[in-house]
Design a protein around this ligand. Structure first.
Ligand code: XIL
Length: 342
């Protein structure tokens, strides 16, 4: 029956089905979530624990404990692990953010990629080598990497990663890189890597979209254009949120308690929104299936609504509904629509 359907089995011949995993899930401290992970997913990305601030907190200190546990969990449960992420301007450790000299920064950059990527060569399936290097207009984002190393840092990161981990697939990952201007910048960036003779296997489109506004046309154009470059196309952090992202004056620290309007669906999602969400997911999966020769993986950014980062971003403490499973770990109407595309 549809209720018993397993996502990874339903799409087994089409593409991998992934989820982000929290530290608690990696340590198998979340039985309901772990049961769903084992039933539905054959790919997983650590939500935070391979980011530099956690895995490499100081110059010569690496914290491999949770990453090693994730690798073991993947092996035990036949789940392929996507490493996330080697080079990203965000969630960098303080010591790295404070490096002033170009030479020292280059040493950090090289050591970080070599140490982390080589440790997991042959043990993890793939890496998001560089995350979010682009602006919305397709130019390079201002970051400590661009500032210290110049715009070749992306190609350099792939060169180092390919050497340190010849067995892992290597990807560039970003959000909104399905949008025309940013996509054009992304294509230019990837062409540069390819023209340098450096290996890049795929491109990740994060897929943090908004209900009723999923950019289907741009997504389809992107699959076609990236696919034509010989790249695998992945949807790497899929969620479709139902709450507005920005408000006058509101930021991550604004208190929902003192402004209930920030959290309109705390007692439940109106049926019309629930149906729209289900229909958006259905249309998306029909599109993924149409291009199953190019789309190799679809990863959700979290197991269920209660655990989504979107409850705490861009404002903390809200009640969001972006995933296929609800707060009780039950499949939502969107789940049945997704299953029904096959
Ligand atoms: C988010 C995590 O989900 C949160 O737990 C963390 O506090 C911040 O980062 N793009 C990415 C992901 O590539 O790493 C981000 O994950 C979400 C946006």
């Amino acid at each position: 029956t549809a209720q018993d359907a397993s996502l990874k089995k339903v799409f087994a011949k089409d593409f991998g089905i992934g989820t982000a995993m929290s530290a608690g899930q990696i340590e198998e401290k979340d039985p309901k979530a772990n049961a769903l992970i084992q039933k539905h997913f054959n790919m997983a990305t650590p939500e935070n624990i391979m980011k530099a601030e956690i895995i490499h907190p100081q110059w010569d200190v690496y914290n491999f404990d949770l990453a090693d546990k994730m690798v073991a969990y993947g092996k035990k449960n036949k789940i392929k692990i996507n490493g996330h992420t080697l080079i990203w301007h965000s969630q960098l450790p303080a010591f790295a953010r404070n490096i002033k000299s170009v030479d020292s920064f280059r040493t950090f950059f090289t050591n970080h990629i070599n140490t982390v990527a080589s440790r997991y060569d042959g043990k993890i399936f793939s890496w998001d080598v560089v995350n979010e290097a682009l602006n919305e207009d397709g130019t390079m984002r201002k970051s400590i990497f661009l500032n210290r190393l110049g715009d070749d840092f992306v190609t350099e990161a792939f060169r180092l990663a390919a050497k340190a981990s010849p067995k892992a697939e290597l990807y560039y990952n970003d959000y909104n890189n399905e949008q025309p201007a940013k996509r054009a910048g992304c294509i230019t960036l990837i062409k540069k890597i390819q023209d340098a003779g450096v290996r890049i296997d795929g491109v990740g489109i994060q897929g943090h979209w908004h209900v009723g506004k999923v950019p289907f046309k741009e997504i389809e154009e992107s699959i076609v254009q990236y696919g034509a470059m010989g790249l695998k196309v992945m949807f790497t952090e899929l969620d479709i949120e139902v709450l507005p992202r920005s408000f006058q004056g509101a930021d991550v620290n604004q208190r929902v308690a003192s402004n209930p309007a920030l959290n309109p669906y705390k007692d439940g999602l109106p049926d019309s929104v629930q149906q729209q969400l289900a229909s958006d997911y259905e249309t998306l999966f029909k599109l993924f299936l149409k291009y199953k020769d190019k789309v190799t993986r679809v990863t959700f950014w979290g197991v269920n609504d209660g655990q989504s980062w979107l409850n705490d971003w861009p404002v903390r403490g809200r009640t969001n509904y972006p995933l296929l499973f609800d707060r009780e770990f039950n499949p939502k109407p969107a789940f049945y629509k997704v299953i029904g595309t096959k």
